[in-house]
Design a protein around this ligand. Structure first.
Ligand code: ZN
Length: 561
């Protein structure tokens, strides 16, 4: 395996006829997938997703790929190819289209329907190019071909990109379920054809590369799911991704078979299921789905609720139910079914919710205690098959944390791919495909871009460090009243604080430190303004760290008496 070194410089000019591949997200993390391909001065983007924040990123709504390296080249973008409708593949599109709304979006019917609905909320009318499996599409110097892949959302596509520099296959997210609910298999015959034709570079989903063997089939979940519906005396409350059409179909079927009515709870769930139903991806028996309000007067054993929040997102319906701040009150006899995977980083939030729901009397069924979920990503066994069928000359594992990328790279090597041609990269690392050989040639900016309320990219790592400090130490403001034109205290300093626990001794010590700092400031000629305030805040902060072993955010305000 060849791992990208840390200290890469800017990439050189792209050699004539070469293809440049720059991942801007999804490598080194699970989420915000985005890859930029460049050939002959033109660009094509594959996916543009979001990453969900972790506990150490308080106040962040979502994290975007960094568009900095392409914002001055927006007119060169031929299209954005969307492999499927998951948020971590389409969620960033509105933010990119804000820079140039008429970049064509290429994707399958369901994928485009999901993104179009999302763009409507952002007031953007997109240019949509609908394709389906086996379709070919030319976008400037890129000849695209789409291949059906099976995943945890219907209508997934892998994309073949043929250019003068060679043939690339980007799998998107995929697995090889041989008994999928919709009968739509990953098209291994097309993979075989590409392998015969000669594949220069494979970008391949790494999410489950560490999981040995083969993933079980969606169909194999039916007995466990049905068991939940058969044995629950109260309501069944199912939490799932709002895009997990197949799992929701299973829940609808099981509910129907057990004489329950179903209501969707939560805006994104209601919206996506309406779209999936309209387009025929969800089959709903007449009268099965009713409005949530109608369920309130019904016997609990006749009710199924389907909501979002399976990743413990604090604002989603399930978290609010667990915190008793949602109109759905969970109670004894209810079963909560978490029909979802556990995305790394969300564990604490999810376990917290499971405990709260259990405390409320619910029976919580999840993948840890029943066979109610299967991942949408290929396990090691499936990946090995792909390598053997595709016989890629160069491999670039994508979609995963470093451990997933390395595990995937090791599988490629085991199937005989030249270890020098297995490239372990990270976001921003630039790979050039020249004469059939892929090489790491440099790197571009690929920071985490935080969406925070109405702002994009304004909150920085420093902002988050401050928030973490606030959450651990609180805030202390010291009001310093000085005799006019001097650095002498007119009155003892006044301390105002929130979330900081003080002792009289520590504040006394802080006052002493403050007086000393005022003397030092006067010696140095710092007698007013922000410089003085910063100096005083630092002195008080250091003193409190010593005496109280706490580091509140300290703000000093100097006022002339
Ligand atoms: Zn996906």
């Amino acid at each position: 395996m060849h791992t990208a070194p840390r200290d890469l410089g800017r990439p050189p000019r792209l050699p004539r006829g070469a293809l440049r591949i720059t991942p801007l997200g999804g490598i080194g993390e699970i989420g915000r997938n985005m890859t930029v391909f460049e050939q002959a001065g033109r660009l094509i983007v594959v996916d543009c997703g979001v990453l969900f924040p972790e506990d150490h990123q308080p106040g962040v709504d979502v994290i975007l790929p960094d568009f900095a390296s392409i914002t001055d080249r927006l007119d060169d973008i031929e299209a954005i190819v969307l492999t499927h409708g998951h948020e971590d593949h389409i969620g960033g599109v509105p933010y990119l289209l804000k820079h140039r709304p008429d970049i064509p979006l290429i994707g399958s019917e369901l994928t485009l329907a999901f993104i179009a609905e999302k763009l409507k909320e952002h007031g953007i009318k997109p240019v949509l190019k609908r394709v389906e499996a086996t379709d070919k599409y030319s976008a400037g110097p890129f000849d695209l071909e789409f291949i059906a892949v099976n995943h945890s959302i219907p209508d997934g596509l892998a994309v073949v990109i043929r250019t003068a520099a060679g043939t690339v296959l980007h799998t998107g997210d995929f697995r090889m379920d041989q008994f999928p609910l919709d009968g739509r298999l990953t098209d291994l015959r097309a993979f075989g054809r590409i392998g015969e034709e000669g594949l220069d570079l494979l970008l391949v989903d790494s999410t489950n590369a560490e999981v040995p063997g083969f993933s079980i089939s969606e169909s194999d979940l039916n007995p466990a799911i049905d068991q939940v519906f058969a044995s629950t005396p109260g309501r069944v409350i199912v939490s799932s991704f709002a895009s997990h059409v197949h799992r929701i179909q299973q829940v609808l079927d099981a509910s129907h078979a057990r004489g329950r009515k179903v209501a969707f709870v939560g805006r994104s769930m209601v919206r996506n299921m309406r779209i999936a139903r309209e387009l025929g991806y969800l089959t709903v028996p007449r009268g099965l789905v009713i409005d949530y309000k109608k369920t309130r007067g019904m016997a609990p054993e006749q009710v199924t609720l389907i909501c979002t929040g399976s990743q413990g997102e604090p604002m989603a319906a399930l978290s609010r139910m667990a915190n008793e701040s949602h109109e759905v009150r969970v109670s004894e006899g209810d079963t909560v079914l978490l029909a979802s995977s556990l995305i790394p980083g969300n564990e604490n939030a999810i376990y917290g919710i499971i405990n709260k729901l259990t405390d409320l009397g619910a029976n919580v069924v999840h993948k840890g205690n029943a066979r109610v979920h299967v991942s949408g990503h290929a396990s090691a066994g499936e990946l090995v098959y792909c390598y053997n069928i595709l016989k890629p000359r160069n491999v670039m594992p994508v979609h995963g944390e470093p451990k997933h990328l390395h595990a995937n790279g090791a599988l490629a090597e085991r199937t005989g791919v030249d270890p020098d041609r297995v490239l372990i990269t990270r976001d921003g690392v630039v790979v050039d495909l020249v004469d059939g050989t892929a090489r790491i040639v440099g790197q571009v900016q690929a920071d985490l871009v935080f969406v925070d309320g109405q702002t994009v990219g304004h909150a920085t790592e420093d902002t988050l460090a401050e928030r973490r400090q606030l959450s651990a130490g609180g805030v202390l403001t010291v009001l310093v009243l000085l005799k006019p034109g001097t650095t002498e205290l007119a009155e003892p300093p006044e301390y105002l604080h929130r979330g900081f626990v003080q002792s009289p001794e520590s504040l006394e010590a802080a006052t002493a430190a403050l007086k000393k700092a005022l003397a030092t400031a006067s010696e140095r000629g710092v007698t007013e303004g922000e410089d003085l305030e910063k100096l005083l805040a630092n002195a008080v902060g250091r003193s409190l760290a010593r005496t109280s072993r706490r580091e509140p955010v300290v703000i000093a305000l100097v006022i002339d008496a």
